[in-house]
Design a protein around this ligand. Structure first.
Ligand code: NAD
Length: 480
C-alpha cells in the first residue's frame, strides 16, 4: 500500500497525528493509498519552514526563480505518462484526458509563470514637472494555496506557479480526495533542486489542514478553488484578519445557442462542454439554451452524440466518460437526478448508474443524463450539480436567452453560439459571467483574467492578475 507523506522543508514527513486516511480509486472503489491525516501541528511546521525559506527565495532574481519553475515544468513533461496514470487512478477521469489536458496544462502553468515573471515590471507615473511615482511590487511572504479534486495537478500548479514566481513561499493543500499527483510533484521538486521550504505540501482534510492554514496569522494570502460554501467559510475567518483572498468557486454555466449557429460545430462542442471530465469542470455548460426554431433539430443531434459517448474503464482509449470522483459525490449527483424528476423534468436520456464488468465492477459510473421541460427558475437549473447532468431549454428571444442565462447566483462562464457578429458581442456583454466564449468552449489563453462574478468568486487568476494578487504594491512618490 502506498503511503503518501507531507512535504515539509524539502523532506517527506509523516503527520504529527501518526494517522492516515484511506484514498480510493473511483473506477474500482479500491483503496490504493493512505494519506496523512494532518492537523494544525503539521501546518505550523510547514509555515515555519516557509518563513525560513522566504528571505533567500524572495531575494533570488526573477530569472533564477523562473529557472526553478521551468525545471519543474520540464520534469512534469518527462514524467507525463506516470503523472497521467496517477491522476486517472486518483480521480477516475479518462487517461486520455489526463494525458492530453491535465498534466500538459500543469507543465504549462509552471512554464508560463516561470517566464512571465521576467516581464513583470514596476510601473511609474510621472506628474509633469512635480514628481515621479514608482510602484514596486513585493512578494507577500508565506501564502496558502488550497485546491479541489476535479483538476488536481492542473489547479494545484495554477496557484503555486504564480505564488512562487512572485517570490512567495507556499504552503499548499491538495484535495484529500485526489492527493496523489501533488505527492509526485513534491518528488519532482526534490529532483529539480527547489530550495527546501519554498514549497511545502500538507495533506489532509479541509476541516483540519485547510482551516488551520486559513487561521494561521503568518499566512498572508489564501488562493482557494473549490465550492461556494467552503469559500464563504474561508472568507469569514480570513476577512477580519485582512488577508488577501482569491476565491474561485462554483458555476452553473449556460451554453446559449442561436438558430444561425454553425450547427455541427455547436452540437459537438456543446456535448464536450456538458460532459468533459464527467461534467466535473467548474466551466461545464450544464444549461443548454437553444433558440426555438432550432430546438428539435438540436435536441435530436445532441442526443445522438450523447448516446454514442462510451462510459467505461478510464484506462481504455475509447472511453469518453470515466468514473465520478467518489461514492459520496455520485450520490449527490443521483439526488439531483431525482430532484429534476420531482420538479417535472422529462428525462431524455441517461439517469442511471452504469455497472461495468471486471476491474471496474464497483466503480462510480453514471450515464450522461439530459433533461428538458424544466423552468429556468427551478433548483435543477439554478444549483451547481457538478456531474454529467444537463438540461435543454428553448428560448424565443435574445432577451429571454440572456434572462435565463443570468438567472442563477453563479456567474463563472458562458458560451454563445451564433454567426451574427454584432449579436455575439451584445450577448457577451449582457451576460453576468467572468468568462464568455463565442463559438468555442474552454479555449484558454493563460494571460487572460480567469474567474467569476456573483457567487462564483472574488478576484481573478491568470497572467498579471495572479502576479498582482501574490504581491503587495508599494508606491514611492519623489518630489522633483
Ligand atoms: P471543496 O470546497 O469541498 O474543497 C476544496 C478544497 O478546500 C479542498 O482541498 C478541501 O479540503 C478544502 N477545504 C474544505 N473545507 C475547508 C475549510 N473549512 N477551510 C479551508 N479549506 C477547506 O470543493 P471540491 O468539492 O473539492 O471541488 C468542487 C468545487 O470546486 C465545485 O463547486 C467547483 O465548481 C469548484 N471549482 C471551481 C473552479 C473555479 O475556477 N472557479 C475550478 C474547479 C472547481
Amino acid at each position: 500500500m502506498l503511503h503518501l507523506q507531507n512535504f515539509l522543508n524539502g523532506t517527506f514527513a509523516p503527520p504529527a497525528s501518526g494517522k492516515y486516511l484511506p484514498n480510493s480509486n473511483p473506477a474500482t472503489a479500491e483503496v490504493f493509498s493512505q494519506i496523512p491525516d494532518s492537523d494544525e501541528r503539521d501546518v505550523q511546521e510547514a509555515v515555519r519552514a516557509a518563513r525560513q525559506a522566504f528571505p533567500a527565495w524572495s531575494n533570488l532574481s526573477a530569472e533564477k526563480r523562473g529557472r526553478h519553475l521551468m525545471r519543474l515544468s520540464a520534469l512534469i513533461d518527462q514524467n507525463l505518462e506516470r503523472l497521467a496514470e496517477a491522476e486517472t487512478t486518483d480521480n477516475g477521469k479518462p487517461l486520455t484526458l489526463s494525458r492530453t489536458m491535465d498534466i500538459p496544462r500543469a507543465s504549462s502553468n509552471l512554464h508560463f509563470f516561470g517566464t512571465g515573471i521576467q516581464h513583470f515590471a514596476s510601473e511609474s507615473h510621472f506628474m509633469e514637472g512635480v514628481a515621479v511615482n514608482y510602484t514596486v511590487r513585493r512578494p507577500l511572504g508565506v501564502v496558502a494555496c488550497i485546491s479541489p479534486w476535479n483538476l488536481p495537478l492542473y489547479l494545484f500548479t495554477w496557484k503555486i506557479a504564480p505564488a512562487l514566481a512572485a517570490g512567495n513561499c507556499v504552503v499548499a493543500k491538495p484535495s484529500e480526495i485526489t492527493p496523489y499527483t501533488a505527492h509526485l510533484l513534491a518528488e519532482l521538486c526534490v529532483e529539480a533542486g527547489l530550495p527546501a521550504g519554498v514549497l511545502n505540501i500538507v495533506h489532509g482534510t479541509g476541516a483540519k489542514v485547510g482551516a488551520a492554514l486559513v487561521e494561521h496569522p503568518d499566512v498572508k494570502a489564501i488562493s482557494f478553488t473549490g465550492g461556494t460554501q467552503t469559500g464563504k467559510t474561508i472568507a469569514r475567518t480570513a476577512a477580519p484578519m485582512f488577508k488577501k483572498l482569491s476565491l474561485e468557486l462554483g458555476g452553473k454555466n449556460a451554453t446559449v445557442i442561436f438558430a444561425d449557429c454553425d450547427f455541427e460545430k455547436t452540437v459537438t462542442t456543446a456535448v464536450q462542454a456538458a460532459f468533459a471530465n464527467q461534467g466535473q469542470i467548474c466551466l461545464c455548460g450544464s444549461r443548454i439554451l437553444v433558440e426555438r426554431p432550432l430546438y428539435e433539430q438540436f435536441k435530436a443531434a445532441f442526443l445522438e452524440k450523447v448516446n454514442a459517448l462510451k462510459v467505461g474503464d478510464p484506462l481504455e482509449e475509447e472511453t469518453n466518460i470515466g468514473a465520478l470522483v467518489s461514492e459520496q459525490h455520485l450520490q449527490k449527483v443521483q439526488q439531483y437526478i431525482a430532484l429534476a424528476k420531482e420538479e417535472g423534468g422529462t428525462l431524455l436520456t441517461g439517469g442511471g448508474r452504469v455497472h461495468l464488468e471486471g476491474r471496474c465492477a464497483n466503480g462510480y459510473f453514471l450515464q450522461p443524463t439530459v433533461f428538458e421541460n424544466l423552468p429556468h427558475t427551478c433548483r435543477t437549473n439554478t444549483e451547481e450539480i457538478f456531474g454529467p447532468v444537463v438540461t435543454l431549454m428553448p428560448f424565443d428571444s435574445e432577451e429571454d436567452a440572456v434572462h435565463f442565462a443570468n438567472y442563477t447566483e453563479y456567474g463563472l462562464a458562458a458560451s454563445v453560439w451564433t454567426q451574427d457578429l454584432t449579436r455575439a458581442h451584445r450577448v457577451a456583454h449582457a451576460l453576468h459571467a467572468g468568462i464568455v466564449w463565442v463559438n468555442t468552449w474552454l479555449l484558454r489563453d493563460l494571460r487572460t483574467p480567469f474567474g467569476g462574478m456573483k457567487q462564483s468568486g472574488v478576484g481573478r487568476e491568470g497572467g498579471w492578475e495572479a502576479l498582482r494578487f501574490f504581491t503587495e504594491p508599494q508606491n514611492v512618490c519623489v518630489k522633483l
